[in-house]
Write a protein that binds this ligand. Structure first.
Ligand code: ZN
Length: 133
């Protein structure tokens, strides 16, 4: 260990973890050749003895799987029910897609608007409520 924190510099005959194309895995390799910059050029796999160009250890690129748009339940047809949740009041004005919280029926989604009436789906039940259309 030196001041720069470098534990080991590449040197011929040294060990290095590298991806082996034959083993299809990261294996321990012996450094077989160095390039002009002092980096590792060729390595020999300790497992299968194959001599190949040095490739950096394969880093698994963590790609977070986006579940957006796939996990949607087939409820309320094509109505986008991701709108804000608002308490139901007949003095309020609602639009299709709004989520309403009704004191009696619970949480529903507005699936239809007809002037002063709204069709709200509470689970499997459809209710017609008044609003300030
Ligand atoms: Zn190998």
């Amino acid at each position: 260990m030196n001041a720069l924190g470098i534990v080991k510099t590449a040197q011929l005959g040294g060990d290095v973890d590298a991806y082996c194309g034959k083993c299809k895995e990261t294996r321990e390799h012996v450094i077989a050749a160095l390039n002009e910059k002092g980096g590792i050029s060729r390595v020999q796999c300790r497992t299968c003895q194959s001599n190949h160009l040095f490739r950096e250890r394969q880093t698994r690129t963590a790609s977070p799987r986006t579940t957006a748009g796939t996990g949607r339940k087939g409820s309320a047809k094509e109505i986008d029910d991701s709108g804000p949740l608002r308490p139901y009041s007949m003095k309020e004005r609602f639009n299709i897609g709004d989520r309403v919280e009704h004191v009696k029926f619970g949480i529903g989604v507005v699936v239809g608007v007809r002037s002063e009436k709204i069709d709200v789906k509470f689970g499997r039940e459809m209710k017609i409520l008044l609003h300030a259309g």
